[in-house]
Write a protein that binds this ligand. Sequence first.
Ligand SMILES: [Zn+2]
Length: 84
Amino acid sequence: MELLVILFFFGMSAGAVAKIKGSSFVLWFLIGFCLPFFGTLAALLTRNERGVDVRACEECGNVVPIHDQVCRRCGRDLDYAPSG
Ligand SMILES: [Zn+2]
């Protein structure tokens, strides 16, 4: 039972990392679950599939690259927010 809990958390960590990078949470959850530690490590080493981090414009909801300081759709000034 404890093993299942540990595997579950490995799956969660791999899935969470993958989701941040734009990959499938479920896919990487399963990888982390089947390959504890290595799955999480692989997720960490995987390239960000979105290329760059993005965030939603506060004004119009447009998704813009995180390094953009002005929304391309509505022109709103965007504060730099690394955490998204
Ligand atoms: Zn906007």
